[in-house]
Design a protein around this ligand. Structure first.
Ligand SMILES: [Zn+2]
Length: 249
């Protein structure tokens, strides 16, 4: 139940039309898995914890480096050399002690997927890996869970939300080949606010999905060009022969 302290804490979001006590309660009751605690995972987790999402499970096997600090904004210079998942958990708990945060030092793969997905309502892909996205897509499709994709490199980004039943298609519909396209931020570079903007859209989409306040752009891939300050939606077709969601598979 929402107590007096929570009423004050969440008063500004409770003023938003369509975001009522039930919406706040839905956030509080929810459990979300965040795969990756880097440039996407840090802002997404900070905002979801601050908004009152009840349980967050963080998974990452990396340690913090100095080169992470311009965009992985939950971390301080003192955190360098420590595990990201643990330091992000501590940062979230310091900001909202009521949130239940679990840190897992590991990766999302065939061995760990079902355990990591146990008890969660949705997944945030903050992984920076096409192979991981494909795995998240397969496992969440099987379990009937939605997931929220985000990707950013240099001064560009992409967002997409996949509904639980894949009525609007799935990640395999748009990226059927199991190959990594392009390069990583390590090779190509990234500006912090660019990945931050993609992460904010992810956080907003999670809040929309959980609360029912607003609706994500299902079936559309949002492409963002921050260099030219342009953004557009690409309609994605559900493929009948898709190995994950197709009816003819
Ligand atoms: Zn599909």
């Amino acid at each position: 139940m929402i107590g007096d302290q929570d009423l004050e804490r969440y008063s500004r979001q409770l003023l938003v039309p369509g975001f009522d006590f039930e919406a706040q309660q839905a956030l509080g009751d929810a459990a979300v898995l965040i795969v990756g605690c880097g440039g996407l995972g840090c802002p997404v987790a900070l905002y979801l914890a601050a908004a009152g999402v009840g349980s967050l499970r963080l998974v990452d096997d990396d340690k913090i480096e100095h080169s992470n600090l311009p965009r992985q904004i939950a971390y301080t210079e003192h955190d360098v050399g420590k595990y990201k998942a643990d330091m992000l958990r501590d940062a979230l708990k310091a900001r909202n002690s009521a949130v239940n945060v679990q840190s897992v030092i590991g990766r999302f793969n065939d061995e760990t997927a079902l355990g990591l997905l146990d008890g969660v309502q949705m997944v945030v892909d903050a992984s920076d890996s096409r192979a991981t996205r494909a795995l998240i897509d397969s496992y969440t499709a099987r379990l009937g869970l939605p997931w929220v994709m985000g990707a950013a490199v240099q001064m560009s980004g992409q967002n997409m939300v996949f509904d639980a039943m894949r009525k609007y298609g799935c990640y395999h519909c748009i990226a059927p080949e199991n190959t990594d396209v392009g390069g990583s931020c390590t090779e190509l570079g990234i500006l912090g606010p660019a990945v931050g903007a993609v992460a904010m859209t992810q956080a907003l989409d999670v809040i929309k999905l959980l609360s029912g306040c607003g609706q994500p752009a299902f079936g559309s891939l949002r492409i963002r060009d921050f260099r030219r300050d342009e953004s557009y939606l690409l309609s994605v077709e559900k493929r009948g022969d898709c190995a994950v969601c197709g009816e003819e598979k």
